[in-house]
Design a protein around this ligand. Structure first.
Ligand code: ATP
Length: 198
């Protein structure tokens, strides 16, 4: 099995590149989906979060009240750190389990926005960084994904800088051009990855 970590800043094009890799036959493990799955009703994360942030972040039907949690956790950096201290190990553990479960013969792509920030590059054999200039990140995240510019910039502040990310990359996809240009690079990358013994 060949394990590839796919990362990049907000709005860089991770989802787009993951989709192109999936067309080639890669198995995608989506860290954002795992982050949602681990707070499903009945999962241990919920009781840990309730202990830390108060019982009323869990609704009477057992589901997470995301608004209530965000109001407590994102009030200050301490709250954010306490939330991360609960969530990151759980996401890592579940990601590791899913990576181990993937068929031996496949190329598995772990799509993780905070791969470096959470030190998870050691879960994978190689890292692919999707790269665009910061202004284009903002333009796409605001114009195409409909996010607020102030939120995008705040999230960029909390993520590694472009140069830090690039220095950790084994492969870089330059997604600043059109989709055709990105597709060509992904095709080339796939040839390289398929040829690697893993
Ligand atoms: P997020 O971090 O917000 O989840 P992401 O890194 O997964 O974002 P995408 O959702 O793939 O990024 O791309 C952001 C937006 O930019 C999407 O609307 C996508 O369709 C568009 N986009 C991605 N790549 C290109 C490109 N090469 N040219 C034009 N638009 C693009």
């Amino acid at each position: 099995m060949h394990r590839i970590g796919l990362t990049g800043g907000i709005g860089s094009g991770k989802t787009t590149v993951a989709g192109l890799l999936a067309e080639h036959g890669a198995v995608i493990i989506d860290a954002d989906a795992i982050a949602r799955d681990v707070v499903e009703p009945g999962m241990p994360a919920l009781s840990l979060l309730a202990l830390e942030f108060g019982d009323d972040i869990v609704r009477s039907d057992g589901s997470l009240d995301r608004g209530a949690l965000a109001a407590r956790a994102f009030r200050d950096t301490d709250g954010t750190q306490r939330l991360n201290a609960i969530m990151h190990p759980l996401i890592r553990e579940e990601s590791q389990r899913r990576l181990a479960e993937a068929p031996d013969t496949c190329i598995v792509v772990y799509d993780m926005p905070l791969l470096f920030e959470t030190g998870q590059q050691d879960l994978v054999d190689e890292v692919v960084v999707v790269d665009v200039p910061e202004d284009l990140q903002v333009e796409r995240a605001v114009g195409l994904r409909g996010l607020e510019e102030v939120d995008v910039r705040r999230r960029m502040q909390a993520q590694w800088s472009r140069s830090e990310r690039l220095s950790g990359a084994d492969h870089v996809i330059d997604n600043s051009g059109d989709l055709e240009a990105t597709k060509r690079q992904v095709d080339e990358l796939w040839t390289i990855l398929s040829g690697d013994p893993g």
